[in-house]
Design a protein around this ligand. Structure first.
Ligand code: CRA
Length: 818
């Protein structure tokens, strides 16, 4: 039976009781942090009952389930999310209110679990939310990093990385499960033993090992009693307790094991769309893959005997290539632990694994040096060699005589293990994350593989959960939508189209704009508290928040701001609607160009914000430490959403959808999911600019783009670029931004000049901004555009995405819950 949240009165009493029993304090004496912990337990109490019921039904109904394998789950804070999904948010808010406490301050006590970098990790979290809401049985499998994504401090305009110690105090929404511990082995060698029946036994010796311990987190569905499980794995040494009494040799091994365990899950690699190729990363991958597979098989064998039927009950979805070892580890377990021969093991494996590709960026493709791979995973390496041998045979059979093709496609080539190739060879499904991205995979970046296996390729356009990104982040708009069209959109976002009835209703448009203004005031206060910059809530809030990457072109945005500033200075009376340009972005710790762009944004902000002569027409704000928790408020307050990646480079984007859901109007290129947003909007109420992906790809192929021409033909560009190197934004050190200037113009730099076509798209970007200015001046026009975005956002719910994965790839049945 589904258990529900108690009434407001009961919650009020329970919170006080918990404070007393947990901290031996009267409510009045308790700190905010203690009250937060008490609230968490009140909510947990309900969650746990539903979790138990769900898992019992799970065992009884024995449905097929998906294991979502991902190195990242950017879940964000859970208290608010769980209260919303258990339908108790208002009750807890009122209870706290009665006790004289603001719920926001309590939610703010929770660390923001940042076990991911950006889009890919947040997508995994949205998928779990949708799976539970749609009642599909699922496990998330990941890593319990002790330090998640670093916290960003801005000092003198520069990014500084500070460790994110989110486990400093006990996290209330995780449960250690020592009963599901498994051993994971690294290094050593493999000994062969011929068996009397003619088969060979492979024995792994001389290895180091760790014990993998899962911490389970409940994943609540919305208002349906369903609670799935996210298991994140931590490592501990096997021998820790016996260390003291060890012989010398064993003692050394124990020390090694201890260090191995200590390092394994210590920290998330803070790279988005970029790999570093460090051995520790490969260890992390094998660690969580092996542990998750062992647990999955263990569960399967509790109720089943015939391992050949595994694909009827289990599917592993690999979130990018990071968990590709799933392929070889499943083969190993099936053969070495469960006695299958190669052909049977391959039959099972290839019906259990599916792969999602999230990028075409070359620097994000995972390739491991064979030597490192072989040394760390000797038995797995043998299996990869055999997969590769058979795969090359298969290519040869299909394309006889085309040895170049075999070389291009091989899993082992040029001394490297190519993870994407292994993922595609073994998966029964390969999907991209937006229509355009999937087409580029098929026609360009994975074309050889598409020719080999056209039937494997399919598209699953990304989505986001409206429960977190509207109900929780923007409760005012959420309540307003409910008052207009009811609640059905909460679990079926396509119902938002009912808002079309209000597009011509002046009163509704007014109310809608009033809510936006309230949200802008909330953000303005946040900006004042954190940045000490005073921004006018009546100005246009033009926002670009996402990871900092050259292909995302924050540089284009800030160059345009520099241009606007020049215009306003030169023509003080020009017609210009005051605009606040808001940025938020973390750069990877070692990404120098990206870090310098952050510094540039901050220096431009300092000059413009302190120039009294422009009468507050322009403001620039860089929000420190952009993350899931402050993102919710930022989306709610945005008028304009900047989605300006070089066409073809942003596989999908998901921030674009969160802005749209909150009634911001997009300025963007025809890239990623922007293309589908454009289609859903019938090409209206969105500002498109710049080259198409075909044009970009053609220039890249023909090497016929020269940014110097762009500069010479456009005096505005000339002026702005001049200001990068004449000290205008860096009086003390005029050379500071020279590397940015060089990256745009100078062919001496190692890479192509202006790799991401910033100057090429500049003029068209400026024009699009002029159109925004014109549209915003008419309040009603703008309100209609913005509301139309909300009305057409239906497609971009992760509920829709998950249903497509279920229908086309996973084939799951809903769990029945009474
Ligand atoms: N960096 C893409 O760049 C996409 C997400 C989720 C990314 C985004 O455009 O929305 O994945 N790719 O599909 C990625 O991480 C390894 O590749 C991302 O988040």
């Amino acid at each position: 039976m589904k258990r529900q949240m108690p009434s407001t009165k009961e919650i009020e009493r329970e919170i006080q009781d918990r404070v007393k029993s947990m901290f031996r304090k009267d409510f009045e004496e308790a700190t905010k942090e203690e009250i937060y912990r008490a609230c968490a337990e009140v909510v947990n109490d309900v969650v746990i009952d539903n979790w138990l019921t769900t898992q019992k039904e799970f065992n009884k109904q024995d449905p097929k389930c998906v294991y979502y394998m991902s190195m990242e789950f950017l879940i964000g804070r859970l208290l608010g999310n769980n209260m919303i999904n258990m339908r108790g948010y208002t009750e807890v808010m009122d209870a706290l209110d009665a006790l004289g406490i603001d719920i926001n301050e309590i939610e703010d006590q929770e660390p923001d679990p940042a076990l991911g970098n950006g889009g890919l990790g947040r997508l995994a979290a949205c998928f779990l939310d949708s799976l539970a809401t749609l009642r599909y049985p699922a496990y998330g499998c990941g890593i319990r990093y002790h330090y998640g994504m670093f916290k960003q401090k801005i000092e003198d305009g520069y990014q500084k990385e500070v460790p994110d110690d989110w486990l400093q105090t006990r996290y209330p929404f995780e449960l250690e499960r020592p009963e599901y511990e498994f051993e994971v082995k690294f290094g050593g060698w493999v000994r062969y033993e011929s068996q009397p029946d003619g088969t060979t036994k492979y024995i792994h010796e001389g290895y180091n090992s760790v014990i993998a311990t899962p911490y389970d987190m409940p994943v609540t569905g919305f208002d349906n009693g369903m609670v799935n499980t996210l298991m994140i794995w931590d490592a501990k040494p096997k021998e820790v307790f016996r260390l003291a009494s060890f012989e010398r040799g064993d003692y050394n091994k124990a020390v090694e094991d201890m260090n191995l365990a200590r390092n394994l899950t210590e920290v998330l690699y803070p790279n988005d769309n970029h790999v570093q190729g460090k051995e520790l990363r490969l260890k992390q991958q094998y660690f969580f893959v092996s542990a998750s597979l062992q647990r999955a098989l263990n569960k399967y064998f509790r109720y089943h005997h015939d391992i050949m039927k595994l694909p009827e009950k289990v599917v592993f979805q690999m979130n990018d290539t990071h968990p590709t070892l799933t392929v070889a580890e499943l083969m190993r377990l099936l053969m070495d632990e469960h006695g299958l021969g190669w052909d049977d093991a391959w039959e099972v494996t290839t019906h259990c694994v599916a792969y999602t590709n999230h990028t075409i960026m070359a620097e994000a493709l995972e390739k491991w040096p064979e030597e490192i791979f072989k040394g760390l995973l000797p038995r797995i390496y043998m299996i990869v060699e055999e997969i590769n041998r058979r795969f090359c045979e298969e290519i040869r059979a299909k394309f006889p005589g085309d040895e170049q093709r075999i070389h291009r496609m091989a899993i082992l080539a040029d001394g490297q293990v190519k993870m994407a190739h292994m993922a595609i060879a073994a998966s029964f499904s390969v999907n991209g994350v937006a229509a355009l991205h999937t087409e580029i995979l098929k026609n360009v970046s994975l074309h050889d593989f598409y020719e080999m296996y056209p039937e494997k390729f399919n598209n699953k356009t990304n989505g986001i959960t409206q429960r977190r990104f509207l109900m929780h982040g923007n409760y005012k708009l959420s309540d307003w939508v409910i008052s207009k069209i009811g609640r059905s959109w909460i679990t079926d976002l396509s119902n938002m189209e009912k808002l079309e009835n209000y597009l011509d209703d002046k009163k509704s448009l007014d109310e809608f704009m009033e809510i936006k203004l309230e949200n802008k005031k909330r953000l303005a206060k946040y900006i004042w508290d954190h940045n000490k910059v005073n921004v006018d809530p009546n100005s246009i809030f033009d926002v670009q928040v996402k990871r900092l990457h050259e292909y995302k072109r924050q540089l284009l945005n800030i160059l345009h701001v520099m241009y606007l500033y020049n215009q306003i200075k030169e023509n003080p009376d020009m017609d210009f609607y005051p605009t606040t340009f808001i940025f938020g972005a973390k750069a990877s710790a070692g990404y120098e160009n990206a870090k310098l762009i952050i510094k540039l944004i901050n220096n431009v902000a300092a000059v413009i914000n302190n120039d009294k002569s422009i009468d507050n027409k322009l403001k620039v704000v860089f929000i420190e430490d952009y993350r899931v928790s402050n993102a919710e408020w930022i989306f709610a307050a945005a008028d304009v959403s900047e989605q300006i990646s070089t066409a073809s480079k942003e596989a999908s984007g998901t921030g674009n959808m969160k802005f749209m859901l909150n009634g911001a109007v997009t300025i963007g290129t025809m890239d990623g999911a922007n293309v589908e947003m454009y289609n859903e909007l019938d090409g209206e109420n969105i500002f498109i600019f710049g080259m198409s992906s075909d044009e970009v790809i053609a220039h890249e192929k023909n090497h016929d783009y020269n940014p110097v021409d762009e500069m010479n033909n456009n005096p505005h560009i000339q002026k702005v670029l001049g200001q990068l190197i004449n000290g205008y934004y860096s009086i003390d050190n005029p050379e500071l931004f020279r590397p940015i200037y060089n990256s745009l113009l100078n062919t001496q730099c190692t890479e192509r000049a202006d790799m991401y076509f910033v100057l090429k798209d500049f003029a068209s970007y400026c024009e699009a901004h002029e159109k925004i200015q014109a549209a915003y001046k008419d309040r009603e026009t703008w309100a209609k555009m913005a509301l139309s975005n909300v009305a057409h956002v239906g497609k971009f719910s992760s509920d829709r995405t998950i249903q497509e994965y279920v229908d086309d790839i996973w084939h799951l049945d809903k769990l029945e819950l009474k």
